[in-house]
Design a protein around this ligand. Structure first.
Ligand SMILES: Cc1ncc(COP(=O)(O)O)c(C=O)c1O
Length: 369
């Protein structure tokens, strides 16, 4: 006999495959480079120690601090991570079973997952070529039957920035009919590329951000929605009654202080240098086909067919992200840039792989200690 839950669960939920987050996949390893977190923590301690009252219904101090850090003139709303922003935007602006969203694949899988959970259909418009550029005309055409277009820039997992002129063309064409959400989770790694300033010109643009990446606060769960008041008024109807724990707000305010921002900038600066060094090193392996340019804290590698880099690294305790399940990313592995020691470890393992595969031998420089 079927359980009550079995009887009641909607078909869409029964069919739903849970989002495969790095934590859900789990596994065993000694070096974790699979979730684009900051590997070296910046230590923050929550402040007050009194948590008996509900928090602010809208963490306005946090939003104000973020506005000041990012020099944004448009309204800012703090939420529990960029993931909550994605879910809120779809729930606010799409009707289940009727409306559509557009995504530019390969991209962050949560857009499609959140839509599917709400019986909102996803229209994929693949990114073009080896540079993963926007198919502007394709997006504009699909947007005619969609309520929300999701663009991710810099894009996860490809690592590239989407051209501002392409985003502007899409915004112009969709100005009166479709919301365009630009997910800037990795923007601190290429700050000049932000399109957040365009919110003032295009009320149909929504930018989402997070403190989980460059700020190294993934476990605090803090993200932001930057949007015109006309959008914000509707999002605010659905925001949970107490959207952010005080303990999180306290830590966020420290991270967004002058000292916190300076620390983040220094760590980002070092991480970018380490990423570029790592990318140059791995370019030397004969069995690597492509090292994609990255404007993020990770690097996407494509190996030659038959090379099981993800499995190999895992067998050496190094957990990365296998992207090969997507057709456009066959033989691709995404590696988060961790500490210098971790990246040396990865290079050493890859070097040993080259040596043990003598017919695919590393013909160039190997690793530099
Ligand atoms: C593109 C993108 N957007 C959003 C998120 C989720 O961020 P948050 O931790 O703020 O929910 C991630 C996390 O990996 C991401 O890669």
């Amino acid at each position: 006999m079927s359980s009550v839950a079995e009887k009641l669960a909607p078909e869409a939920i029964k069919k739903l495959i849970p989002y495969q987050s790095a934590r859900r996949i789990g596994g065993a390893g000694r070096i974790w480079l699979n979730a684009n977190e900051l590997e070296q923590p910046i230590d923050y301690v929550a402040g007050q120690g009194q948590y008996h009252r509900y928090p602010d219904f809208m963490p306005s101090e946090v939003a104000k601090a973020y506005q000041s850090y990012s020099e944004i003139k448009s309204p800012v709303l703090a939420v529990r991570g960029a993931d909550e922003a994605i879910d809120l935007l779809i729930r606010t602006f799409c009707q289940p079973g009727k409306d559509n969203i557009v995504v530019c694949t390969p991209t962050y899988a949560m857009y499609e997952f959140c839509a599917e959970a709400l019986s909102v259909a996803t229209l994929p418009v693949p990114l073009l070529g080896d540079e993963f550029e926007l198919n502007v005309e394709g997006v504009i055409s699909a947007a005619k039957v969609a309520n929300v277009v999701f663009l991710c820039s810099p894009n996860n997992p490809t690592g590239n920035v989407l051209a501002r002129k392409d985003i502007e063309r899409i915004l112009e064409a969709t100005r009166d009919d479709t919301l365009v959400v630009v997910d800037e989770a990795y923007i601190e790694f290429d700050w000049q590329q932000s399109v957040a300033d365009l919110v003032l010109d295009y009320p149909n643009l929504v930018v989402i951000r997070t403190l989980s990446k460059a700020f190294g606060l993934a476990s605090v769960r803090c993200g932001f929605i930057i949007a015109d008041d006309s959008v914000m008024n509707y999002v605010m109807k659905l925001i949970p009654p107490y959207p952010m724990p005080d303990s999180s707000s306290e830590i966020v305010l420290k991270a967004l202080s002058e000292q916190g921002i300076a620390q983040m900038r220094e760590a980002t600066h070092q991480l970018i240098a380490r990423r570029d060094w790592f990318a140059e090193q791995v370019t030397g392996f004969a069995w690597i086909e492509t090292v994609y340019a990255s404007a993020t804290n990770f690097v996407l590698l494509r190996t030659k067919p038959g090379i099981k880099l993800f499995d190999y690294l895992l067998s050496h305790g190094i957990v990365t992200r296998d992207q090969g399940h997507e057709l456009a990313l066959a033989n691709c592995v995404r590696i988060t840039i961790g500490s210098q020691a971790s990246m040396q470890d990865v290079l050493e393992a890859m070097n040993n792989y080259s040596v043990s595969n003598t017919n695919e031998h590393n013909e160039s420089k190997g690793i530099v200690k």
